[in-house]
Design a protein around this ligand. Sequence first.
Ligand SMILES: Cc1cc2nc3c(=O)[nH]c(=O)nc-3n(C[C@H](O)[C@H](O)[C@H](O)COP(=O)(O)OP(=O)(O)OC[C@H]3O[C@@H](n4cnc5c(N)ncnc54)[C@H](O)[C@@H]3O)c2cc1C
Length: 299
Amino acid sequence: MDFLRPASWEEALAVKAAHPTAVPIAGGTDVMVEINFDHRRPEYLLDLNRISELGEWTVGEEKVALGPSVPYTKIMENLRSELPGLALASHTVASPQIRNRGGVGGNLGCASPAGDAHPALLASGADVEVESQARGARLIAIDDFYKGVKRNALEPDELIKAVHIPRADGPQQFSKVGTRNAMVIAVCAFGLALHPRTRSVRTGIGSAAPTPVRATAAEEFLNAALEEGGFWDNGKIITPSIAKQFAQLASGACNPIDDVRGSASYRRHAVGVMARRTLMWTWESYRGGNGRGAVEGAA
Ligand SMILES: Cc1cc2nc3c(=O)[nH]c(=O)nc-3n(C[C@H](O)[C@H](O)[C@H](O)COP(=O)(O)OP(=O)(O)OC[C@H]3O[C@@H](n4cnc5c(N)ncnc54)[C@H](O)[C@@H]3O)c2cc1C
């Protein structure tokens, strides 16, 4: 196995173009496990750790440009107010050691349905910026990024350069079911983001379908119900029937399997429970003032 260590982004793209089978390694918390267990024996490892900008982020007016190698710990410490959903999800990843190494780029590179960053990225409406030497850079909407079980939209000569995530304009939540509080792969997970500026809600479901997915029917139902009832303006408590219907539709968006971590029917049920709870938490926060300022005419 050859270890390729480009010193710059341009050099990394050139190496990937010359060796499309080279496996990028950032924190290594997925790649090294696969190599140790002999699940993968790549001819080339492409080490991205000398490219410092991949570990940096920029907070813009509308979006955060997050380097793919920014470790979860730094997201938790520095981006809690800009990206609350992703910061909450980062808290639930593994242990401090893994959170100090692993980042969102690795989660996206793996595209495991159980990756904790995915529900938050789906709920906030992120774009993944990828680049190749031959064709330059392109943005992939997160909704189009996941292509199958552990498959993503990257071409063999492309690398992830950044993840562009809208800054929160309202409350966000993340919830994960596991057998304990740390070092656990999600049985299933749910992310919810309220977007008062566009009077809309977005969701993300993890570990309950072959890929991370949005609960689009649930979103559409809730968007219509909130609009119809004037909820964004009057800040009323969401009625139990609306919450129940939202939860049922979120359950319906799942297409889970039975496996050692949980049965399909448990996953469907748990996603419904998490959908209802995260809706209540975020809505209470919105009613309490966090985000309501973004709605014109909010009382
Ligand atoms: C003990 C343990 C517990 C874990 N618990 C969790 C958990 O609770 N939740 C969770 O979500 N994950 C968990 N993981 C998995 C892992 O930590 C995460 O998926 C993490 O986000 C991977 O990031 P990394 O930088 O280490 O990726 P790496 O291992 O370096 O790479 C992962 C994949 O992404 C690709 N890649 C990395 N960077 C790029 C790039 N810039 N461009 C293109 N491809 C790229 C690699 O080629 C590889 O396919 C756990 C892992 C371990 C070992």
